[in-house]
Design a protein around this ligand. Sequence first.
Ligand code: SIN
Length: 292
Amino acid sequence: MIQATPSGQGLGARVDNIDLSQPLSQEQYKTIEGLLGKHGVLWFSKQTLTSAQLKAFSSTFGTLEVNVANMYQDPGIPEVMILSNKKVDGKPLGLADAGQDWHTDMSYSKMIAFTNVLYGLEIPHRDGKPLGNTEFSNMRAAYAALPDELKKKLEGMTVLHDFNKFWENMRKQPGCTRPPLTEAQLKAKPPVSHPIFLTHPITGEKILYANPGYAMRINELPEKESDEILNFLFEHQLQPQFRYRHLWTVGDVLMWDNMGTIHNAVADYTPDEHRFIKRCQVMADRYFPLAA
Ligand code: SIN
């Protein structure tokens, strides 16, 4: 039987007694879905998966997205994206700087994301410690801890999210090789708005749905006030008591609830310290069919 052990931090749990290379029963699916809603981040150790098995496990939870940047896919399986700083004959094997700042995946999309599933195949180490950790913060706890007047003021308001904000911020980092998005890519992902507070479709709890990576402004407020409140929210949502930091081990499958968390891939390793991770992005179309 599946067993979950909470991390003891602001979110996250280790899940044991399941082999993700095998198809999930309906009961296993419901258990994992419930655990994701409850803990926000789950990790499964010592997994051995082909890309096809990673895709099959991930697609149990919803439709898989093929990334708009469209450049770093597993050959033959476009739903499996490669996150890596490795190169072969000088050519990058994957996207080297994915997620290296706080964000929520796909908040810039009309159909938001449910979960990301990452499978760690090479993890850099220095002095015996893993590098390239993935950090999370709990947006259910962040909502609950907001001052009541702010909750009241912002209720019913919406936030504009833009894919190009994160992309351009990454392009400003030293050594970044991301080209500017093409007109076609920009057209494929125009900015979109979502409620600033979402009701979580699994737990029914309210969550703060605004992240520094993609959130541009609160539509219903004047620009200056929107900037001030967003800056407050971006600081508020990263308090240490809301956080969990995943220290990778090869063979880990890490999955998280994108609606109830924000995350950051810690960029503390050099080009010679290799990281190689496969990733599937699962959309929330099962929970919000009208937005599909
Ligand atoms: C992501 O943002 O999906 C990447 C996270 C990571 O590489 O740790």
